[in-house]
Write a protein of this length. Structure first.
Length: 638
């Protein structure tokens, strides 16, 4: 896999949510194909343990001598495991600070190849610490501890380790090699330097892949020296043996005692002839107690070229059940060449009758156990370390995802609240603005109707006065004709004004274009005058609300009507200026002039607009009506 499994965990704070979810799926898919750390049980050797202290500031070391120079490309440290009532299984006493030192030809005194600190490295957990390294000509490897960790059950500071493995490819060069240390622990069966390199691990081989296979258990009464022979098919160089002990049972607790069928003393022989007439000795193993046994037992031996391999139990297991007698049993027998299993799928024979056994003897070389496929040891340990790293990453990733999801829920809740509020505002605003628009429309129409009322009232009053003049002028035909002509003209103007106001009331858009309306009325009402009209800021005028446009238009029209009726002027000048903040209107004539307060009609229209208006006499004669209106800079309602 090419990974160092002691790095710090990645920082997910800047990773996109989609990428986090994809990474979570990738990790879970990868975990499905990795070995699972199923733990060994029962009685057995644990590992190495140093002297204990009351404080952590002590140095301890343990060293394995490889006895010859050779390549090293991976080192595996297996922690001592502890059953915790609250946390389950944990790694006990992983040192806070330690380093790996290797003695090489270039550096016989030793060179540092790895350093570990809890401040910069990820928590190890119950998995092995798998450290890819690359060194040639290594003669010894030492673990140097500079700061101890507290032992779980009593809090004292100590250095302990379950197994130290030094790999060159698939070969564990540290297997059963001499061990020296800074502290010679009492040579107990459970804790000593020898068991640090005996290859017995606190794990069961559980690859989580492949089909299950049960152990081969011979019938009772296989003789004094039963043997099992494997035909490798052709001559191979062999240098190692690995035995997998029979599964005790799949119940908890186990239904059978330990060492079920494992011989206490056996030899391994090799030959190139089927009758072993040219047999050569490969290995002898003698186990004095259960502390030397484990679920997986490994040995290395000098290279031999053989085709046939035979395991002979010099002291077979003695079964004492309903029927007493000797018995031999294994889950798997692996014959190794540079760490590779040559026996997988090869034919197996035995020196005893195999016809009465429950499972065929071929299960000894089928490459499977109770959990599935048996992996090469290095690959298995690498997968355990990689699984632990991925599980740590997954835990940190899920924590980050949970935090993101909580934030998303809060934001979604806020968006929903805002959406509901907006919907309520819209629901209540529609009838409000509709009613307000109708009210504005009514106000506008009322003002136009008031203007019509004022104009019609004034004209009718004038017609009445002219009727009186006509009545008094019966004896004077000239004055009578003049009075009738004026009545005629006044009635025509009254009719035109009535039609114009009526059209405005019926129009869908009143004063849509204020400039056009003002120029139109100027042309109609000042047809007998010389006039000039100047308008600046037409864009600002269009931004006025319709009600204000109507009020401005009616004020302007009233000014022209007054000039037409009362001023006796010949010239009229109109100037309208509009900006975003102010509007001003000036209407100047050269008539009789005006003194006193502003006419009530003009004053009322100016007040409706919120404007200030004044009238003054110009020099030498005439009238100047001025209107000023301050516009609000910020306007939320029309």
């Amino acid at each position: 896999m090419g990974l160092v499994y002691a790095d710090e965990l990645p920082d997910f704070s800047k990773t996109k949510l989609w990428d986090l979810e994809q990474r979570k799926l990738e990790i879970k898919e990868t975990l499905n194909g990795l070995a699972i750390p199923s733990l060994n049980s029962g009685v057995g050797a644990v590992g190495y343990r140093s002297q204990s202290y009351e404080d952590p500031e002590h140095e301890e070391w343990v060293q394995v001598d490889l006895l010859e120079f050779g390549k090293v490309d991976a080192i595996v440290l297996v922690p001592t495991l502890w059953r915790d009532t609250q946390l389950g299984f944990i790694a006990d006493n992983v040192p806070d600070e330690f380093r790996l030192v290797a003695g090489t030809k270039k550096h016989p005194e030793g060179e540092i190849i790895y350093e570990h600190s809890v401040a910069k490295n990820a928590f190890i957990g119950i998995a092995p610490l798998f450290l890819p390294v690359s060194r040639d000509e290594v003669f010894w490897v030492r673990v140097e501890v500079s700061r101890l960790a507290a032992r779980h059950f009593d809090g004292r500071y100590i250095f302990q380790l379950s197994e130290l493995m030094v790999f060159d490819g698939d070969v564990n060069r540290a297997l059963r090699k001499p061990v020296s240390s800074s502290w010679r622990v009492d040579e107990s069966a459970s804790w000593n330097g020898t068991v640090l390199v005996d290859g017995v691990l606190p794990y069961l081989m559980n690859s989580a892949t492949g089909e299950q296979s049960r152990a081969y258990v011979s019938p009772v009464g296989v003789g004094e020296k039963p043997s099992i022979t494997i035909d490798l098919g052709k001559t191979h160089e062999v240098d190692g043996l690995r035995l997998y002990a029979a599964d005790q049972s799949d119940t908890v607790p186990a239904a059978n005692a330990g060492e079920f069928g494992l011989p206490e003393h056996f030899i391994l022989e090799g030959a190139n002839r089927e009758d072993f007439s040219d047999a050569s000795f490969l290995l002898e193993a003698k186990m004095q107690s259960i502390f030397e046994m484990g679920p997986i037992l490994s040995w290395n031996f000098p290279v031999q070229k053989v085709r046939y391999v035979r395991v002979t139990a010099l002291v077979p297991f003695l079964y004492s059940g309903r029927v007493e007698g000797t018995r031999i049993s294994f889950t798997e027998i692996e014959i190794l060449s540079q760490g590779k299993n040559l026996a997988k799928g090869k034919p197996v024979t035995a020196s005893f009758d195999i016809s009465k056994t429950r499972h065929p003897i071929s299960t000894l070389t089928d490459g499977r156990n109770l959990y599935g496929d048996i992996l090469p040891q290095r690959k298995w340990l690498e997968q355990l370390a990689f699984r632990h790293k991925l599980e740590q990453e997954l835990a940190a990733l899920e924590l980050e995802l949970d935090s993101r999801y909580v934030f998303q829920k809060k934001m979604l809740r806020l968006v929903i609240i805002l959406a509901v509020c907006l919907l309520l505002i819209i629901v209540f605003s529609i009838p409000y603005y509709r009613m307000r628009s109708l009210r504005n429309e009514v106000n506008i129409r009322e003002r136009i109707a008031a203007n019509l009322h004022d104009e019609l009232g004034a004209n009718l009053h004038a017609i009445g006065m002219l009727g009186d003049v006509a009545e008094r002028s019966i004896e004077s035909p000239g004055r009578l004709i003049e009075a009738v002509r004026r009545i005629r003209g006044l009635t025509e103007r009254t009719g035109a004004a009535a039609r114009y106001c009526t059209n405005m009331l019926e129009a869908k858009s009143i004063c849509e274009d204020l400039v056009v309306e003002m120029k139109h009325d100027a042309a109609r009402l000042l047809s007998d005058h010389e006039y000039r009209i100047m308008i600046h800021g037409e864009e600002a005028l269009q931004l006025l609300t319709r009600r204000r446009r109507v009020d401005l238009y009616l004020f302007f029209k009233e000014c022209l009507t007054n000039i037409n009726r009362h001023a006796k002027a010949t010239k009229v000048y109109v100037r309208l200026t509009a900006t975003s903040s102010e509007l001003s209107l000036s209407v100047i004539d050269n008539g009789l002039g005006y003194t006193g307060e502003l006419p009530k009609a003009l004053s009322r229209r100016a007040r409706l607009m919120g404007a200030v208006a004044e009238a003054r006499t110009t020099s030498p004669h005439g009238t100047h009506i001025r209107l000023k209106l301050k516009l609000r800079k910020f306007k939320f309602l029309p």
